[in-house]
Design a protein around this ligand. Structure first.
Ligand code: DX5
Ligand code: ZN
Length: 216
């Protein structure tokens, strides 16, 4: 099966977002990954609901919204209304993760759970059959352009095992430091979705980078 490629607009030129979204529309990219940071869960701020609405007006691909925020239950409905197709909440930010997942399903979005690099796959054991996506962080969330953490491969293998044992339909998404060197090994290890920020947007030929990822 071909991988799902999700360019992350955190690395895009925010002064030319329409142009960047048009580039993704015209590319072989599948989803548009949108990183939301609150300065509390992660030590950085990024964009908010008005920017997601603006992106949605131009996007012809589904918006994959990654919430790096505390108490995401306060905002998921607003992000769904802004046009999110998938919303991922962080397990570490959700003491009542099962309830957060039910809320996402009631809103009719694809329900994702993101895991920080230190968080074991086992936290998903009792919710894996309820979710559509697991976002495995391969850097510590908060910034683009960081170095890929090699321990991610082991987590993918464990997650792939949990998914097949439970019959879950969840896709495995890898987020952070994806590049030419690790993309193919990640897919071979069992990843379904590759998020790529700097690897795509720092290129002078971003559509070609996306095409190459899609062809792996
Ligand atoms: C990091 C974000 C990532 C980021 C990836 O907190 O969740 O989605 O945009 O950027 P790169 O691909 O540059 O590591
Ligand atoms: Zn992300």
């Amino acid at each position: 099966m071909k991988p799902i490629i999700a360019p992350s607009i955190l690395a895009a030129d925010f002064a030319n977002l329409e142009r960047e979204i048009t580039m993704i529309n015209e590319s072989e990219g599948d989803w548009i990954h949108v990183d939301i940071m609150d300065g509390v869960f992660v030590p950085n701020l990024s964009m908010g609901i008005p920017v997601v609405e603006a992106v949605k007006r131009h996007a012809r691909k589904p918006l994959d919204v990654h919430l790096m925020i505390v108490q995401p239950e306060r905002f998921v409905e607003a992000f769904q209304k802004a046009g999110a197709a998938t919303i991922s909440v962080h397990a570490e930010a959700c003491p009542h993760l099962h309830r957060n997942i039910q809320q996402l399903k009631q809103l009719g979005v694809q329900a994702g759970v993101a895991l920080n690099p230190h968080t074991p796959i086992s936290v998903l054991q009792h919710v894996i059959s309820e979710i559509d996506l697991v976002c495995v962080m391969s850097v510590n969330p908060g910034f683009g352009g960081q170095k890929f953490i090699e321990g991610t491969y082991q987590k993918i293998k464990e997650l792939r095992r949990l998914i097949s044992e439970t019959g879950s339909k969840a896709l495995i998404e890898i987020d952070g430091g994806v590049n030419q060197a690790n993309a193919k090994p990640l897919l071979e290890a069992g990843a379904d979705v590759l998020v790529a920020g700097n690897f795509v947007f720092s290129s002078s030929q971003p559509k070609e980078v996306i095409r190459q990822l899609k062809a792996l």
